[in-house]
Design a protein around this ligand. Structure first.
Ligand SMILES: [Fe+2]
Ligand SMILES: [Fe+2]
Length: 140
C-alpha cells in the first residue's frame, strides 16, 4: 500500500477552493498538495527552479501511483486510459527535470505557469472525477 504523504509547509498562494474537489479523500488531498507544490515551483526565483520542481515531480509520481493503485485494486473500467495519461505527463515532467539538470529553466517555467495548470484542471474535471465516482461506488 502506498503511503499518503502531506508535504512539509510550502507557500500556498492558490487557495484550495480553486481546486475542484472530486469527493474522494485520498485524491482530493493529493490535488491540494499538487497545487501547493506547483505554486512553490512557480514562486521560485530565476535560477532556482530545480529544487521545487523536483519536489513537485516527486509528488506527481507518488500521486499518480496512488491513483493507479486504487484503479487497479477496484478494477476501474478506464484504467488503461487514465494510467496512460499519467505516464504521458510523467514523461513530459522528466524532460523538464533533464532540462533543469542542464541549467535550462525556460520550458519548465512555462510548464508550471501555463501547461500543467491547464492540463490539471481538465484532468480533475474529467478522468479524476469519473475515477473518484467509480471508487466511491465500488467502496460504498
Ligand atoms: Fe489526481
Ligand atoms: Fe489522475
Amino acid at each position: 500500500m502506498l503511503a499518503t504523504t502531506t508535504p512539509a509547509a510550502v507557500p500556498v498562494a492558490a487557495p484550495a477552493a480553486d481546486i475542484p474537489m472530486v469527493g474522494y479523500a485520498v485524491m482530493d488531498r493529493d490535488h491540494v498538495d499538487s497545487v501547493a507544490l506547483l505554486q512553490a515551483a512557480r514562486n521560485a526565483p530565476a535560477g532556482q527552479l530545480q529544487a521545487p520542481f523536483a519536489a513537485f515531480a516527486k509528488h506527481l509520481r507518488e500521486h499518480f501511483a496512488r491513483e493507479n493503485a486504487l484503479m487497479t485494486e477496484h478494477g476501474f473500467f478506464a484504467l488503461h486510459c487514465h494510467k496512460d495519461e499519467h505516464a504521458r505527463v510523467l514523461t513530459v515532467v522528466a524532460t523538464m527535470e533533464a532540462d533543469l539538470e542542464e541549467g535550462k529553466e525556460d520550458r519548465a517555467r512555462l510548464y508550471v505557469t501555463e501547461h500543467f495548470p491547464d492540463w490539471f484542471h481538465t484532468h480533475l474535471a474529467t478522468m479524476d472525477r469519473v475515477t473518484a465516482d467509480f471508487l466511491a461506488q465500488a467502496e460504498g
